[in-house]
Design a protein around this ligand. Structure first.
Ligand code: URA
Length: 439
């Protein structure tokens, strides 16, 4: 077989055969296919897309490039959540222990954040002593005992994605629904969960701002999950404004703990409980997540989850030596605070990384003091900017310069959950033909 034949066939709109796709994924994983040929095929896929059969084979080959975990020995039903990522999205920190308290096992294997959306592992690493790396036996033991694990994915889990994602990141080939769907789902299917709830974000802070594109991605992932025996449901949720008040690692952990204590921001709690209800239903459990949260049972599971991974849940979280303020330029009612701008500001303050080798600051980030619907006076503080290095403040202020929309009247209430996509959801009336990516 020749890589050039595959590239030319896809470039010209042809359909690749199962053997060709499997040969390509194996060659990429082993290094037998050089990066320039792999990248050329990826770009052809960006332009030409994939047929459902191509996508099914491509995803299966990515799963088969490594190990598929077997969690069938656990006494608890397994169910996980994946979010396409957003600003202030600390839902996993509340949701995983909440589902553990409801009786499930949540095997959340995650990656680190890149760009303006933070990574769950980076957030957890703000907790003193907590470690992301677990052996397979530790992973299984914790799932059984505690019911929730947030840990780093091991190198043998869909290794083809590791190679392909690194290439896509530097060749402008992230922007493709079949490539994103196969990348996310190959990892989640290999993780061994029986049920999966997808939180597909739309709006300025999302990977795919356009809701129609988010819907298409959700439908594609839901159908891939079912094809591999994973019961999958997606919620399409609003990421046009930050979720909660905090964006930045330790700031988000603190806010998640507030939510676990029953005192979280209403938008964070609403999204978390909506996802939790879906997960409880998929796992076939007879539990009420709102009740569990209110009774403090999720907080107990959180402490157990942190302790099991070497963390000290009672230790103080890191704080930044410098806290500056972002103020309102005029009086008015806040109708919108742009999520992407807040995420960029947190990133510029040190909370995120530009390259995957970069370190992140645990303490840096943005904490909003005002949100949409609040009336503010000129000069009033809208947010605190936390950083280790005052030289980073001007870039953060610059990122926020267009973030605020002030009006005379109160905005419409935010609708956080736009739709629910299941295997039986009807197809869109007209497939969308434009792709607008935020990165
Ligand atoms: N997240 C992933 O894991 N893969 C993608 O392709 C995009 C986002």
């Amino acid at each position: 077989m020749s890589a050039v034949d595959l590239i030319v066939a896809k470039r010209d709109g042809g359909e690749l055969g199962d053997q060709q796709i499997r040969w390509f994924i194996e060659g990429v994983t082993s290094g037998a296919i050089p990066a320039e040929q792999a990248a050329a095929l990826l770009m052809a896929v960006v332009w030409r897309g994939m047929t459902p059969r191509e996508l099914a084979t491509w995803t299966a080959a990515m799963i088969d490039s490594g190990r598929r975990l077997d969690l069938s020995s656990l006494a608890r039903p397994t169910v996980d959540k994946h979010s396409t990522g957003g600003v202030g999205d600390k839902v996993s920190l509340v949701l995983c222990p909440l589902l553990a308290a409801c009786g499930a096992a949540v095997p959340q294997l995650s990656g680190r954040g890149l760009g303006h959306t933070g990574g769950t592992l980076d957030k957890m690493e703000a907790i003193s002593g907590w470690r992301a790396a677990l052996s397979h036996d530790q992973f299984l033991g914790q799932l059984q005992e505690v019911g929730a694990v947030i840990a780093a994915a091991t190198a043998d889990l869909a290794p083809a994605d590791r190679v392909l994602y690194a290439l896509r990141d530097v060749t402008g080939t992230v922007a493709s629904i079949p490539l994103i769907a196969s990348s996310i789902m190959s990892k989640k299917i290999a993780e061994g969960t029986a049920g999966l709830v997808l939180d597909v974000k739309f709006g300025s802070g999302a990977f795919l701002p356009d809701p129609a594109m988010g819907t298409e991605l959700a439908r594609t992932m839901v159908s891939l999950g079912h094809a591999h025996g994973v019961e999958t449901v997606a919620l399409l949720t609003d990421m046009d404004q930050p979720l909660g008040l905090a964006a930045g690692n330790a700031l988000e952990v603190a806010e998640a703990i507030e939510a676990l204590a029953g005192d979280g921001p209403t938008d964070l709690v609403e999204v978390t409980l909506a996802l939790a209800d879906e997960m409880v239903a998929l796992a076939g459990l007879d539990a009420d997540p709102a009740e569990m949260l209110g009774a403090g049972r999720a907080m107990d599971a959180w402490r157990a989850m942190v302790v099991a991974q070497g963390g000290d849940p009672a230790a103080s979280l890191p704080t930044a030596p410098v806290v500056d303020h972002w103020t309102a330029p005029a009086a008015g009612v806040i109708s919108r605070i742009d999520a992407l701008d807040v995420g960029s500001a947190a990133w510029r303050l040190g909370a995120g990384r530009a390259r995957k080798e970069d370190a992140v600051s645990a303490a840096a980030g943005v904490r909003l003091r005002r949100v949409a619907g609040d009336r503010v006076a000129a000069g009033e503080v809208i947010a605190e900017l936390h950083t280790d290095d005052p030289a980073l403040l001007p870039a953060a202020h610059e990122a926020l310069s267009q973030a605020l929309t002030l009006t005379d009247t109160a905005p419409e209430p935010r609708r956080l959950i736009a739709s629910r996509i299941t295997r039986s959801s009807p197809p869109p009336e007209k497939p969308s033909d434009s792709v607008v990516f935020s990165q």
